[in-house]
Design a protein around this ligand. Structure first.
Ligand SMILES: Cc1cc2nc3c(=O)[nH]c(=O)nc-3n(C[C@H](O)[C@H](O)[C@H](O)COP(=O)(O)OP(=O)(O)OC[C@H]3O[C@@H](n4cnc5c(N)ncnc54)[C@H](O)[C@@H]3O)c2cc1C
Ligand SMILES: *[C@@H]1O[C@H](CO)[C@@H](O)[C@H](O)[C@H]1NC(C)=O
Ligand SMILES: *[C@@H]1O[C@H](CO)[C@@H](O)[C@H](O)[C@H]1NC(C)=O
Ligand SMILES: *[C@@H]1O[C@H](CO)[C@@H](O)[C@H](O)[C@H]1NC(C)=O
Length: 432
């Protein structure tokens, strides 16, 4: 993989050099591809960025490397004219300037988790800037901050913070392969949202390139634009190069619990009760996320399998920023129906909790956070919404009925309340 991509780079560089020689011949008609490449070469200050055209041997593998929705790997999905994997800001600027000059749309991909694949597909001729090699993370524990380049994943951010300190963390999403470019510009919530708010609430500064090719930071872009890119999506305004994020304190030991209950084990009543406590009835340092899916349970008769049955299963994933004994006390008081016991709880470092809440089994090494291909890829259609009132039991039962007719339905409900509800949405708010 490594050698294939570098060899295609070498081929392209050779191509560009020979092109320059040909270009001096006035009879040679220039193609759009040649023009664009020449433009990028002349605007790239440091060196030509690594670049792939559809005939490059690794074009498809690079394109598909971070397509997380397999619907968009089909041959019918429009492909970019060029994929550029820059590792320097001036190379990104060159692509912006040259795409504009040649009338090409730009799509920017950080982690590739866009539900609709908008970071790597378009219906007009386009160039894909893939920030997979643009992911330096510079953690500064002294001032509780980090500069994170757009192509870094959440898992890489969590890992690099933990490398420097066991009592610092960052409140962002549960899925470790999500990119900070798309995630933070859209808000970004995870299991610390009730304690600290969203990822976008912890952005101190940012660097973007606008359509004119200018590199702006918080000061030069102004507070209006700085507000917009923290939740409004950055794509409409430019290419996000890097965020400066503020780290948050986490205790040296946190507690994680994952409990799954089927319909037969009272899932409906539990989900119903969960709605009334999880967001507003428990301390901020407790988050219980809910996932509902369909599973096949095996019917046993004294150890002998006599059949299987499709049923609904609700999984409650709990993160508590404190010790297990304290969590059990809270649960006993607020949500005794779940029946959480000592053996359902596991104490660990915060960074280990990010591995567990990403769905990996107990004992998985934190190194998995650096593995960008460890999330199984699937084909899906996803929609999100805010639920402002509890869904009544009859409503839940209606959902289950529909679910049992579907092949692979999933319902993920996050929690709100706590700090995220107390942060004003007007600009210039600052957390302390
Ligand atoms: C499996 C899975 C789990 C998820 N879990 C969570 C979760 O726990 N919490 C949560 O809040 N969200 C979650 N999400 C949603 C996720 O945060 C968004 O899909 C997010 O936009 C993905 O960012 P990305 O960089 O990985 O995606 P990309 O596909 O790379 O980008 C998403 C969008 O942002 C644009 N963009 C990306 N980078 C840049 C850039 N540098 N400059 C300009 N525009 C850019 C793209 O063009 C595209 O429009 C999840 C999504 C998936 C698929
Ligand atoms: C290119 O590099 C030179 C010197 O290193 C610098 O003065 C100039 O601003 C750079 N230009 C761009 C477009 O980055
Ligand atoms: C169940 O199986 C065990 C051995 O597997 C056997 O000893 C026992 O008698 C069985 N009980 C019934 C009720 O069949
Ligand atoms: C990353 O995870 C994938 C899938 O689990 C695995 O096949 C691969 O070997 C891992 N890569 C590394 C470098 O550990």
């Amino acid at each position: 993989m490594e050698s294939t991509s570098s060899s295609s780079f070498v081929i392209l560089s050779a191509f560009i050099i020979s092109f320059f020689l040909l270009a001096s011949s006035p009879s040679k008609a220039l193609t759009q591809e040649d023009n664009f490449l020449q433009c990028v070469a002349s605007h790239s200050n440091q060196s030509m960025p690594q670049l792939y055209v559809p005939k490059s041997p690794s074009f498809l593998s690079v394109l598909q490397s971070s397509i997380y929705n397999l619907r968009f790997t089909s041959p019918a999905t429009p492909k970019p004219l060029f994929i550029i994997t820059p590792n320097h800001e001036s190379q990104i600027r060159a692509v912006v300037v040259c795409s504009k000059k040649h009338g090409l749309k730009i799509t920017v991909r950080s982690g590739g988790h866009d539900f609709e694949g908008l970071s790597y597909r378009a219906n007009v001729p386009f160039v894909l800037i893939d920030l997979v090699n643009f992911r330096t993370i510079d953690v500064n524990i002294k001032d509780n901050s980090a500069w994170v380049q757009a192509g870094a994943t959440l898992g890489e951010v969590y890992y690099r913070i933990a490398e420097k300190s066991p009592v610092h963390g960052f409140p962002a999403g549960a899925c470790h392969t999500v990119g900070v470019g798309g995630h933070i510009s859209g808000g970004g919530f995870g299991l610390m949202v009730r304690k600290y708010g969203m990822a976008a609430d912890h952005v101190l500064d940012a660097r973007i390139i606008n359509a004119k090719g200018e590199i702006l930071d918080r000061k030069t872009m102004g507070e209006d634009l700085f507000w917009a890119i923290r939740g409004g999506g950055v794509t409409s305004f430019g290419v996000l190069l890097a965020w400066k994020i503020r780290l948050v304190p986490v205790p040296p030991t946190v507690t994680v619990s994952t409990m799954a209950k089927t319909l037969e084990q009272g899932a409906t009543e539990l989900v119903h009760k969960w709605q009334s406590v999880a967001s507003y009835g428990v301390p901020d340092k407790l988050s219980i996320a809910l996932h509902v899916g369909v599973v096949d349970t095996v019917n046993n008769n004294n150890g002998t399998r006599i059949g299987s049955r499709r049923t609904i299963q609700a999984t409650f994933t709990t993160l508590f920023l404190g010790p297990a004994a304290q969590l059990l006390q809270v649960m006993e008081k607020k949500f005794p129906e779940l029946g959480m016991k000592q053996e359902d709880c596991k104490e660990m470092r915060w960074v280990e909790s990010t591995v567990r809440t990403a769905g990996f089994p107990d004992g998985t090494l934190v190194d998995i956070l650096l593995n960008r291909s460890s999330l199984p890829k699937t084909t899906f259609k996803a929609k999100s919404d805010f639920v402002t009132r509890s869904i009544p039991k009859a409503g839940l039962e209606g959902i289950w009925k529909r679910f049992l007719k579907e092949e692979r339905p999933e319902l993920v409900i996050g929690v709100w309340g706590g700090r995220v509800n107390r942060i004003s949405n007007i600009r210039l708010h600052f957390l302390t």
